[in-house]
Design a protein around this ligand. Structure first.
Ligand code: MN
Length: 303
């Protein structure tokens, strides 16, 4: 990803059905307003903004008893099937795709697309950068929010309404970074999952450089990488505009060093920027940091 002059597609998904705080549907606008396209163009990239995918307004989505403990699952699944198709087409056409959320449930569409896209030609690795595990199921969730069930759904452990595309994510294909807040049953499930999880404690112990080394070592077989970046992975002091802020997150430089290292690695083909909530933000601080980190991922260097 460090090479300039490559094509990049950008797709907004104003999704707020996966959680209960209003405002995250304006995330794509906040990140565009902070200068995403201009910043990537400055780095020499050919940026194609595909606009926003249609997402029904929360107030118009009727409660569906069939969703059970996964609120809005059918509506979210329907949007994410459209998203899946658009990202698959986008990866073929532009080579690299950025998905602007919206809440983290959009990763159901973007990652399932990257999985199907890579299935014919190699192996996908996923770096899940998040304060949370997003590893609940309708059986374990304390909230019923689908943005907390995304990884389990990608692995095929959630109902069919949330199971998208043909390829299921395997435990060995994903690495978590930045984790510091897990629900009780979710923690037990993650411990048993065999997934490589680098918590904030691991970061304290090994440093960001050590953690990135471990993550990339774990994903060394992958021919292409997907980065799913939840802005709540950052410390709330530098990214206040998120729905579920947790103290003790990644620092400004740790996050940039991660993105710079991934740029150097060169395998990232797709990125999610999720959970930016301008209503909870302070003068678009979180939108701006999302753009700066995306620039680092796409080749911006200090020297
Ligand atoms: Mn998340």
């Amino acid at each position: 990803m460090s090479q300039s002059g490559s094509k990049i597609g950008v797709l907004g998904v104003p999704m707020d059905l996966g959680q209960q705080r209003r405002g995250v549907d304006m995330g794509p606008s906040a990140v565009r307003y902070a200068g995403l396209t201009r910043t990537l163009q400055t780095l020499g990239h050919d940026v194609h903004d595909l606009g926003n995918l249609h997402v029904p307004v929360a107030e118009t989505v009727a409660h569906d008893p069939a969703d059970g403990n996964a609120h809005n699952a059918r509506a979210i699944g329907s949007v994410c099937r459209d998203l899946h198709q658009t990202i698959r087409d986008g990866l073929s056409q532009h080579g690299r795709m950025i998905t602007l959320g919206g809440d983290h449930s959009v990763a159901l569409g973007s990652i399932s697309a990257a999985l199907d896209f890579s299935a014919g030609q190699g192996n996908l690795g996923v770096l899940w950068v998040d304060a949370h595990g997003d590893f609940n199921t309708p059986e374990t969730t304390p909230s019923g929010n689908v943005h907390g069930m995304v990884v389990t759904a990608l692995m095929g452990r959630c109902p069919p309404s949330l199971t998208i595309g043909d390829t299921r994510l395997r435990a060995d294909q994903i690495v978590y970074l930045g984790v510091r807040d897990l629900d009780e049953l979710e923690r037990a499930a993650l411990r048993e999952s065999g997934i490589c999880i680098l918590t904030m404690s691991d970061l304290d112990k090994h440093g960001i450089s050590g953690c990135i080394h471990m993550a990339l070592e774990h994903l060394h077989d992958a021919t292409q990488l997907h980065v799913s970046f939840d802005l709540d992975s950052l410390d709330p002091s530098i990214a206040p505009g998120v729905g579920t802020a947790v103290p003790g997150g990644l620092s400004y430089r740790e996050a940039h060093f991660l993105m710079e290292s991934l740029a150097e690695d060169g395998r990232v083909r797709s990125l999610d920027i999720v959970e930016v909530n301008p209503i909870l933000d302070v003068v678009n601080t979180t939108g701006k940091i999302a753009v700066e980190l995306t620039a680092s991922l796409f080749g911006k260097r200090i020297l």
